[in-house]
Design a protein around this ligand. Structure first.
Ligand SMILES: CC(C)(COP(=O)(O)OP(=O)(O)OC[C@H]1O[C@@H](n2cnc3c(N)ncnc32)[C@H](O)[C@@H]1OP(=O)(O)O)[C@@H](O)C(=O)NCCC(=O)NCCS
Length: 199
């Protein structure tokens, strides 16, 4: 369940908390340590530095960009633009551990071309290997169910064995393998189906 209040003592369990100006510091410190929040740009120091600079220049603006839904224009005539609903959460064990984001186009399970599935997540390197990503994905499922999604699509790179394991531990079933327009055509992706409720 998402909580506003950040717990204090570090534990081996995580909660999901909504990003706010009060807890942005952990994200800032992670950027300053060279962590790139975009899994597709993990080694991209320039990107991480640019994000850090933007955050420090305008904290409120940075936060609002992070949590605001995107307007997606449609090329189909007579269709109103759609909103890509974006719900990011910090993964929190008393300190900032990473983030997990739910994104979806209300009313459809399809995605705009640049969006790689319903979920994005990353754990900072110094908090990895503690089961945090798996816990976070499991915590996101009721939130997705509440948003009207009976199942979600989760995508990872074929060679991202840790992420694959996370998705499988959370109950994801491999549907297919292939490329995705959200990334380079040279990168093979695994497409998982993950039910949000266990009946
Ligand atoms: C993928 C990622 C989120 C995993 O976070 P995490 O908190 O360390 O994940 P967990 O501890 O919940 O689980 C990781 C599992 O992968 C396994 N694993 C880790 N590295 C592995 C590897 N190289 N090969 C096989 N399995 C591996 C772990 O042993 C663990 O499985 P287990 O519980 O059965 O032992 C983290 O590595 C990360 O942020 N990577 C960079 C960003 C990214 O890839 N995001 C996902 C994009 S789809």
């Amino acid at each position: 369940m998402a909580e506003h209040q950040a717990p204090t003592a570090p534990t081996n369990t995580v909660v999901l908390i909504e990003p706010s100006l009060l807890n942005l510091q952990g994200f800032e410190e992670a950027l300053a340590r060279g962590w790139s929040p975009d899994p597709r740009r993990q080694q991209d120091k320039v990107y991480a530095e640019a994000e850090l600079e933007m955050l420090r220049h305008d904290r409120a603006g940075f936060l609002s960009r992070l949590i605001s839904s995107e307007v997606i224009a449609t090329s189909v005539s007579n269709r109103a633009p759609q909103y890509l609903a974006i719900q990011p959460f910090w993964i929190w064990d008393g300190d900032f551990c990473g983030y997990i984001t739910l994104r979806h186009l209300p009313g459809t399970t399809r995605f705009p071309l640049h969006v790689p599935g319903h979920v994005g997540y990353s754990i900072v390197p110094w908090k990895q290997g503690r089961g945090y990503a798996t816990q976070a994905l499991l915590l996101l499922l009721p939130i997705a169910a509440k948003a009207g999604l009976a199942r979600i699509s989760v995508i990872c790179n074929e060679n991202n064995l840790a992420s694959r394991r996370v998705i499988e531990k959370a109950g994801g079933m491999l549907l297919r393998t292939g490329t995705d327009p959200s990334d380079s055509p040279d990168i093979t992706k695994l497409f998982f189906d993950l039910p949000t409720t266990h009946n």
